[in-house]
Each structure stands twice: as structure tokens, then as C-alpha cells.
Design a protein around this ligand. Structure first.
Ligand SMILES: *Cc1c(COP(=O)(O)O)cnc(C)c1O
Length: 536
């Protein structure tokens, strides 16, 4: 007899299921959305828990003068199903009711979303803006997701074997699980031990300072500690309560999102005692969402593959013309770069020694499409975006910036460019998934050996490596060296291949597709989750 698979409740702040559904911001949401689609495709017993964001993440525009401005608008969705259920969470001493919505329309496993924007709540704005507000708003949001999420599962009568926290945001769910057991008569220590057996955790941020912390005082003020003492709270997350540390101490096993990230994460948390082991399960993507139908077959005829690619590239060129009023050249090299404008991603690294690139941009041999958003409070990120906008004005026919990066732009770019550029400061890119989308569409990666790419890169065969795996002492040195390596790869190897060795280019495209399409498909990932994380 086949053993019954464990029922999993997956908690995440954001889900990228469809571009029209604005409850995501970036890579983590896309991963969560692809995971739910993979679970559905593979018939796995998973439910998602998230938040119905009224305004979603920021909409970021550039005006005529080249200024950047943020806007927010309210969204309403007619496809949400009202479950009729409300759960209560006490936040800052007052009862907050969370309405529970159900979503099952984008080919995803069941997803339940909590919403505080209802009549009678004193604070309806908790679920207003994804990653908006300050520390108190964040804690309130995390209380809704974690504590409200567990209560929603109970109210919906959904039995759960495993609680999967995607990122530390969901960690308060662990406190609620302990709380439930204490209410049923267990001691704190027993309840903690027993909770650990049913929780697993995925960590994402390889930069220590990027791992969210709150003072226990703030958590107590908000009511997020559920009555646990300072001593009990600090045993779980430290006196400055670290959400990642707490998640590792509340789970039986955790995973990092690529092989390299597994090393980084283990080194980063080496001093944390009594934490869950961190294993590696590399991220992946839902090909049904990201790979163009025209690139899905196994090509015997490489010219057919090329013709299909050119068709898709033309669709992208039309799309860019509509958005930016610039007509790019179908027969010239087209490089894509779209990412969150976080400084470690170094979106403008390619302009570090602009002179080396100038002649190619002027004669149109190199064309670059950029897109990306900066978090509303991230001044450095905004400066990076503005620098890209400036470059697009300086080289109007060969550099474009597509404003307001979202899933649609991501889809168009990772399908239609010739090359996908990625140059983060190693080892800060935990995985990255946009490069996987590109690779499976035959768009060649040209990337620093970081995140997922180290695992599959065969330099000059299925894409290109920028530089080597050494990490210099200082950031300045690293930027200097990586920029030089980027120009060397681009000017000496990549551009000559594109213009002079067409057959070689086609072989590389084919190899890019074949070397990635199975391993980096979310089918592999969800099955790994079941085998390695959710096992008994
Ligand atoms: C795929 C995707 C991401 C994740 O890409 P990274 O490589 O992790 O930067 C982020 N945002 C959007 C809109 C995407 O489509």
C-alpha cells in the first residue's frame, strides 16, 4: 500500500501567481507561486497561507524629466472566494479580525489569504502594503500571517502534518503552535519539542544584517509573544529576537536555496546552538508559467529553434516599443537585466568602465534592456534605477529601461532576449530564478558564479561564467575585478560568438535548454521537499 503523503501548510508573505494578482513583490513570491503550481501539477497535498494585500507592493514610475515616483492603488479581485470564516488575533491590545479568502484559479494548490480590511477593525491597514510601514506594522503583518494563519487552518478544519515557514516572516506561527499545546495542558518545553517535529523552514537571506530582528520589548508591546516570558522568548530567538534564528530553533529541519547558499548559511549560523540542520534544496521554476510554448520541444533542427527564438524576440521588441517608444534591432545582440534594485545585485556594473562599452552601444552592436524596482525606502536602490534611466537617455537606441518591473516584464525579457546578464556580489545571491527562466528559453546566461548558476554552468558550452569563484577582501576590489571580468567575457568571447559563430551560438542555446529543463523545473523541487524536508 502506498503511504499517505503528509499534508503541508506553506506560509509565505507573498505569492506571485499571476501578474494581475498584486500580492507579490519579487523572487520569494515567485518561488512561492511556482511552488503552489508545482504542488498542484504533482497532486501533492499542500495548502498555502498568505495575506490579501490591498495595495500590494509599490508601483514605480519614471516621469518625463527622469524622476522616479512611487504610487499605490487599491486592488479588488472578483475571483476570490469568501470562505465565510474570520479569525481573531489580539494586536496591540485590540482584537483584529482577519477575513479568510480562498484562491484556486491560477493552476495553484489551495491558497488561503487573510485580510484585515473589514468593517469593525480598529486597524484595517495591517494588510495594506506588502513590505510597507515600519517595525510595528511588520510585526502586526507577521502576527496576521503566522498566528492568524494557524487559527485559519483550525477554523477551516484543515488537518496539517507539516508547517512549512518560507522565510522567517512566518515564525510567529511556531509560537501559536506552542501556545495551542500549552492550552491543552503541556509544559512549555514539551510543547516546544513537540512543535519542532511538525515545522520545517526555508531560509533565503545570505546577508546577516538582512535577517529580520525585533526587540522582545517590541514583540511584547504588539502582543506577538502570546504571553511567553522574556526568558522563553529569548531562548527561542535571542534577546534581540532574530526571526531566522527562531525559525531554525522551531523547526526540525531547514533548507537553503542552492548548494552554495547551503555553505554560506551554515557558516553564517554556525554559532547558533540547538538549531535545525540546514540542507540544500535548490530553487526551481514552473516551466508552464515561464517557458514559451515555442521553446518547449526537443529541437533536432537548430534553425527551427533559432527561428522560434527570433519570433519571441520580435514579440519582446514590439512590447518594448509600446512601453518605451524605442524600436530595437532584431538582428543585433540583445542583453536583458531585470532585478530588484538591491545594491548587491549591482544592476549598473556594466557601466562601471563605460568607455569600454561605448562604441558597441553607439553603433548598436550591443543593446540592453533593463528593468527593476527599488523598495520605496531604499535610497541607494533608487539611485541605481536613476542611473539606468540616465544611461537609457544617453544611448537612446541601444539602452532601454522598462519601468515598474513585474511578472509580465519578467516573462517577456527572460523569453525574448539573447543573453541574460547577472552580476551580483558573490555569494549574496542565494539562488536567483530569473536565470533559470532564461536558460530554459534558450536565452544564454552570462553570470557571476553565484547562486544556482554555479551548479550547472559549463563556461562557453551552455552560457558564460563571469570571473572565478574567488572572493576578494574588499567590496571595492570585488567590484573592480568583477567589472573587468564582465567586460572580458562580453567583449572577447560573447560578442564574437554572437556575430561570427552562429552555429556555435545555436549549440549553446540547445545546451542551455537541455542542461536546465529537468533539474530546475519545480517538479524536481516539490519532490525534493517531500523527500528531504517533509519526511517523517
Ligand atoms: C523571476 C522573477 C524574479 C526573481 O528573479 P531573480 O533572479 O531572483 O532576481 C523577481 N521578480 C520577477 C518579477 C520575476 O519574474
Amino acid at each position: 500500500m502506498k503511504k499517505k503523503l503528509p499534508k503541508v501548510a506553506y506560509f509565505c508573505m507573498e505569492y506571485g501567481l499571476d501578474n494581475s494578482f498584486k500580492i507579490y513583490s519579487g523572487g520569494m513570491g515567485i518561488l512561492a507561486g511556482d511552488y503552489l503550481k508545482g504542488a498542484k501539477d504533482n497532486n501533492l497535498p499542500v495548502v498555502g497561507i498568505g495575506i490579501k494585500w490591498k495595495q500590494g507592493y509599490v508601483e514605480q514610475r519614471i516621469d518625463e524629466k527622469g524622476n522616479l515616483y512611487d504610487c499605490f492603488r487599491d486592488y479588488d479581485y472578483d475571483f476570490l472566494e469568501d470562505t465565510g470564516i474570520k479569525v481573531k488575533v489580539k494586536i496591540r491590545q485590540s482584537d483584529v479580525y482577519c477575513k479568510v479568502w480562498k484562491v484556486d484559479c491560477f493552476g495553484n494548490a489551495d491558497l488561503y489569504l487573510l485580510d484585515t480590511d473589514i468593517e469593525g477593525n480598529s486597524d484595517r491597514w495591517i494588510t495594506g502594503r506588502l513590505y510597507g510601514g515600519g517595525a510595528e506594522e511588520r510585526i502586526a503583518q507577521e502576527m496576521v500571517l503566522g498566528i492568524g494563519g494557524v487559527r485559519a487552518l483550525r477554523a477551516l478544519n484543515i488537518p496539517v502534518d507539516i508547517y512549512h515557514f518560507n522565510e522567517g516572516h512566518a515564525v510567529l506561527a511556531g509560537l501559536e503552535l506552542i501556545n495551542e499545546k500549552i492550552n491543552a495542558g503541556m509544559s512549555f518545553d514539551k510543547a516546544w519539542e513537540s512543535t519542532r517535529k511538525e515545522v520545517v523552514f526555508t531560509t533565503h537571506t545570505p546577508i546577516k544584517a538582512g535577517n529580520e530582528k525585533h526587540s522582545i520589548e517590541a514583540l511584547r508591546y504588539m502582543g506577538a509573544n502570546l504571553g511567553f516570558s522574556i526568558e522563553q522568548m529569548s531562548r527561542i530567538g535571542g534577546i534581540s529576537f532574530n526571526m531566522t534564528v527562531a525559525a531554525m530553533k522551531l523547526s526540525k529541519i531547514s533548507n537553503a536555496v542552492s548548494e552554495l547558499h547551503t555553505e554560506t548559511a551554515n557558516a553564517m549560523w554556525v554559532e547558533v546552538e540547538n538549531r535545525a540542520e540546514i540542507i540544500g534544496i535548490t530553487n526551481a521554476i514552473h516551466s508552464g508559467t515561464w517557458v514559451d510554448e515555442k521553446m518547449k520541444k526537443k529541437f533536432l533542427n537548430l534553425d527551427e529553434m533559432w527561428n522560434n527564438h527570433q519570433k519571441i524576440k520580435k514579440e519582446l521588441i514590439n512590447f518594448v516599443e509600446k512601453r518605451c517608444r524605442v524600436r530595437l534591432n532584431l538582428n543585433a545582440l540583445l542583453i536583458g537585466f531585470s532585478r530588484r534594485a538591491a545594491s548587491y545585485k549591482r544592476s549598473d556594473l556594466i557601466f562601471k568602465d563605460e568607455k569600454r562599452l561605448e562604441k558597441y552601444l553607439k553603433d548598436g552592436k550591443v543593446q540592453i534592456i533593463f528593468s527593476g524596482k527599488a523598495h520605496p525606502a531604499d535610497i541607494t536602490g533608487k539611485r541605481i534605477v536613476l542611473n539606468l534611466v540616465e544611461m537609457s537617455r544617453k544611448y537612446p537606441n541601444s539602452v532601454v529601461f522598462v519601468e515598474n518591473y513585474d511578472m509580465e516584464i519578467g516573462k517577456m525579457l527572460t523569453r525574448g532576449c539573447d543573453v541574460w546578464l547577472n552580476n551580483p556580489r558573490r555569494p549574496n545571491e542565494a539562488s536567483g530564478t530569473s536565470g533559470m527562466k532564461a536558460a530554459m528559453n534558450g536565452v544564454l546566461n552570462c553570470s557571476i558564479l553565484d547562486g544556482w548558476w554555479v551548479e550547472v554552468c559549463k563556461d562557453g558550452i551552455n552560457g558564460w561564467a563571469i570571473g572565478d569563484e574567488n572572493i576578494p577582501e574588499t567590496i571595492e576590489e570585488q567590484d573592480e575585478r568583477d567589472a573587468k571580468a564582465l567586460y572580458d567575457t562580453l567583449l572577447e568571447r560573447l560578442i564574437p560568438t554572437y556575430y561570427n559563430r552562429h552555429q556555435k551560438w545555436l549549440e549553446m542555446m540547445k545546451e542551455s535548454i537541455e542542461s536546465t529543463r529537468t533539474f530546475f523545473s519545480v517538479d524536481r523541487m516539490v519532490n525534493d521537499y517531500y523527500k528531504l524536508l517533509y519526511k517523517k
